[in-house]
Design a protein around this ligand. Structure first.
Ligand code: SF4
Length: 304
């Protein structure tokens, strides 16, 4: 008999780990899939899959995720997180793989009502309609609370083997983890830098000043103290580690300023309009002085 196989979008959190186990316990062959972007990575998913002894498939979506983040059709969450569009994008990519490679259905670890913006019943339905995936996504943890899926109608799975978990609490999932022997799961944490307010504010400003901002700009802003003007992105290291990281992040056209004979931060300047070199140097030195505790009367700054 042909084995039922599905593609499961996995983040590495407890919900996706449980979903994987539940599907396996229902006789489904599960291929977990994770998306890698400038704003999040697959480290947690990799760890979860190692833990569950299932190979993970990683798909790069950095550039399409970045372009979507600049003007999402369904707007942003509480920070600069375009969660509905992001879910749509990931499911769209997964759908392409499902259709091309003959998987029977898609599955996610989503729990009804867990996230107010992207996981209420309306959002889940909206996402399915947008992608022409109505009834085609299996959500093992909330399946019994949702309309019958195509996989059930075709007899590929039976809803008796699934769950009716909903809401933001974690009690049901922790209990289920004990029952299923799922251990070493991460405590709930963002994982996506777009949900961080400061980063989100900086990103919004960057997109305003530099609509053509690329992945390396988004990555550069992940560490250090960020300042933006309408012609330049500036990042100031807050400690030795960040200063070293900034030095290694330099790309063509960037200017790096490093205090030579006193203790102060490294500054990287990335102009995105024509800015005179002297003006950049003055600004960079100004930032070093602003964030240095003790500056001798005479000092040297290395400029690269
Ligand atoms: S938190 Fe980040 S990765 Fe998750 S759906 Fe929202 S934008 Fe996408």
């Amino acid at each position: 008999m042909k084995k039922v196989k599905c593609l499961l979008l996995i983040s590495g959190g407890l919900d996706s780990m449980l979903s994987l186990k539940v599907l396996q316990n229902n006789g489904v062959s599960v291929q977990p899939i994770c998306f890698n972007s400038y704003f999040f990575n697959c480290k947690a998913a990799q760890k979860a899959c190692d833990n569950l002894n299932v190979p993970l498939r990683v798909v790069e979506i950095g550039d399409i995720h970045l372009e979507m983040t600049k003007s999402p059709k369904f707007g942003y969450g509480s920070a600069h997180n375009p969660c509905i569009d992001c879910h749509l994008m990931m499911l769209r990519e997964a759908k392409k793989i499902m259709e091309a490679e003959g998987y029977d259905f898609l599955a996610t670890g989503e729990v009804l009502g867990q996230r107010p913006m992207s996981q209420n019943a309306n959002s889940l339905m909206l996402i399915e309609k947008e992608l022409d995936l109505v009834d085609k996504i299996v959500r093992p943890l909330s399946l019994k609370l949702l309309p019958e899926t195509e996989a059930e109608k075709k007899g590929l799975i039976n809803r008796d083997g699934f769950y009716s978990i909903s809401g933001r609490g974690r009690k049901d999932q922790i209990k289920l983890a004990e029952e299923l022997g799922v251990k070493d799961y991460p405590t709930p944490a963002g994982g996506c830098i777009l949900t961080e307010k400061d980063y989100g504010n900086n990103l919004a400003e960057l997109f305003e000043f530099k609509p053509e901002a690329d992945g390396s700009d988004c990555v550069l802003m992940r560490f250090g103290r960020v300042q933006l003007s309408d012609d330049c992105l500036m990042v100031i290291g807050r400690n030795q580690l960040e200063s070293e990281w900034l030095e290694n992040s330099k790309k063509e056209g960037d200017m790096i300023l490093i205090p030579e004979d006193f203790s102060g931060p490294t500054v990287i300047m990335r102009p995105f309009r024509d800015v005179e070199e002297d003006v950049l140097i003055d600004r960079g030195i100004g930032l070093i002085l602003q964030y240095s505790k003790k500056v001798p009367e005479e000092f040297t700054v290395e400029i690269r």
